[in-house]
Design a protein around this ligand. Structure first.
Ligand code: AMP
Ligand code: MN
Ligand code: MN
Ligand code: MN
Length: 276
């Protein structure tokens, strides 16, 4: 069976490797089908496609869209989109603009918490002038010596309820799924195990996601435990959603799992690639 890894990042969002390096690393690690899914961005796909041709693996054009639903942030992975789709490109450009405004507010919030200059510091870590993310703040705060490692920065400063967290309105669920479908892609809920939701709220979200045109959920993700692999396989079946698998790799030293490290999908689910 071919090995799929349908979620990872490059320097075109908050990853550490160039798109071509990501593709070559995936190929070297035995991945046959790779989706590059940079946050709210498509600009790395052309380089990735060239590298995939050279490495003789398949590249699925993708992105990971930031979405707001009832006061919470969700990530929706777009798979198999046409990178030339204008509606999608415009939608992503609008999300990226919001990121810049948010980043200034994060900088101000951190300054209030006694950490001046974080916005400028984060910008030094940005690797695509089009996109700034909390990851860039985290890398700066580590470098500046405020916290020992990136994960601890998120825990202490950048997550809900912490001093550097600011609320932000991303795209709506119907917008994000609409753009993805207009671009001919499948909308897949990223790392469902990461959201702070009770079981009934998660079920309500999954029902709405499916009814809005969502195609699948990540059953396998580096964010999930083995128990969650089984839990989300069951939810995929119950909600009639396809199953996806993605490492969410961001680069050496910063990820739980490397490209291609996930096991095969559990039995009984329909893979998102069933109709590819
Ligand atoms: P943003 O889209 O700017 O809100 O940033 C979200 C990104 O931050 C995610 O895609 C991850 O790369 C990273 N991230 C979020 N939570 C954590 C965490 N607890 N530890 C490490 N990285 C995280
Ligand atoms: Mn990220
Ligand atoms: Mn994500
Ligand atoms: Mn991701």
């Amino acid at each position: 069976m071919p090995r799929y890894d349908l979620h990872c990042h490059s320097t075109h969002s908050d990853g550490l490797l160039q798109p071509a390096e990501v593709v070559r690393r995936a190929a070297a690690r035995g991945v046959d089908v790779l989706a590059l899914t940079d946050h709210d961005e498509l600009s790395g796909l052309a380089e990735a496609a060239d590298a995939a041709r050279e490495a003789a693996i398949a590249l699925v054009p993708g992105s990971e869209l930031s979405v707001s639903w009832e006061d919470q942030t969700f990530h929706v992975v777009a798979l198999g989109i046409d990178p030339a789709c204008e509606a999608l490109a415009l939608g992503l450009a609008a999300i990226r603009e919001g990121r810049t405004t948010r980043a200034r507010r994060i900088g101000a919030a951190l300054a209030d918490a006694g950490i001046p200059g974080a916005y400028e510091g984060a910008l030094r870590y940005v690797t695509s002038e089009r996109l700034v993310s909390r990851t860039h703040f985290a890398r700066y705060l580590v470098e500046a010596g405020y916290v020992g490692d990136v994960k601890s920065v998120f825990k202490r400063y950048l997550t809900r309820g912490k001093p550097g967290y600011v609320k932000h309105a991303w795209a709506s669920l119907p917008q994000a799924i609409g753009w993805i479908r207009e671009a001919g892609g499948q909308a897949v809920l990223a790392h469902p195990g990461r959201y702070k939701l009770g079981t009934s709220e998660l079920r309500r979200f999954l029902g709405e996601f499916r009814d809005t045109g969502g195609a699948g959920i990540e059953v396998l993700s580096s964010s999930h435990t083995h128990a969650q692999f089984a839990q989300f396989a069951t939810l995929a079946r119950v909600f009639g959603l396809a199953a996806s698998s993605g490492s969410d790799y961001h680069g050496p030293g910063e990820s739980y799992m490397d490209l291609g490290d996930l096991p095969d999908l559990p039995a009984g689910v329909t893979p998102v690639w069933a109709r590819w």
